[in-house]
Design a protein around this ligand. Sequence first.
Ligand code: COA
Length: 270
Amino acid sequence: MPRDLLADRNTLDGMSQLTRDTKEPASSSPPEDSIPAPSYSPTVYVEERFKKMKDVHPFAQLLNSEDLDDCDWVEHAAFDPIEAASREKLEYRLRTCGELCSGLFTSGYPTSSGSLGSVIKTRNFPSIDSSDADRKRVLLGHVIATKSSAKVVTDDAMDYPKDWQTKYQFTPSIGHNEDGETVCIHSLCIHPDFQGKGLGRILLKSYVQRIKDSGVAKRIALICRDKYVVFYEKAGFSKIGPSKCQYGGGNWVDMVMDFEGGMSDDDADF
Ligand SMILES: CC(C)(COP(=O)(O)OP(=O)(O)OC[C@H]1O[C@@H](n2cnc3c(N)ncnc32)[C@H](O)[C@@H]1OP(=O)(O)O)[C@@H](O)C(=O)NCCC(=O)NCCS
């Protein structure tokens, strides 16, 4: 497990046994995928949710073009069609700046049956078990990003040069800019079967830590819908205000995490 996930793992390991586990026979536990949140006290529900994440044994790794099929699949499973990046755009980003992209993976079954098994079945992965040396890593979610010279995400940063395979430029006016000081997150998503288990939070946390520690940028910027503002604020991002991006129909909010100090609303015009 990468070092940046160890703290979360230690926290999980330190958690007390669940009330359900200690007071009820195991056979009366609900199926893993149908834990009914409303019937639990908030404390027990949170513990159940974290127990499920722990069972998945997630690990983060850099992405590259070999992950294109998986990223394309997860992207289109998680996002509305109007928001999902096209396969061509994903390929551009993975090939030109895979070092800015992270995947959250698992490599085994959390239980003998359950949603991970169905994911593997759907994806036509070969049968795997703990003794199978050829077992595949399974993508649960990803962060896809590029760099930009602007301080917030722009439509130009969201786009990509259509001739990049024949005329690659290091600092194009659209797409990934090698000299840019802002990492622009274009996709953060978790496979729908695994949402609500804390994986999005842990993927974002590990990603932010890696980018910050690497020193490749002065800030991370993204655009999100209103409903996700609190999620990103809890991760350390600041709400700048309405974004000018028209991508996916517009109506986005600019969020920024500045590693060198805050930025004002005026900076969003940069
Ligand atoms: C957004 C996303 C990555 C979050 O990942 P996740 O694993 O489901 O989220 P987590 O379980 O880590 O939850 C983290 C927090 O986000 C909140 N959250 C998750 N999904 C949410 C939603 N749809 N609306 C509002 N808040 C949400 C949770 O309540 C949780 O808060 P808490 O810790 O205070 O309870 C995931 O839901 C997803 O892939 N969504 C579809 C793609 C998308 O829209 N991505 C956002 C692009 S801006």
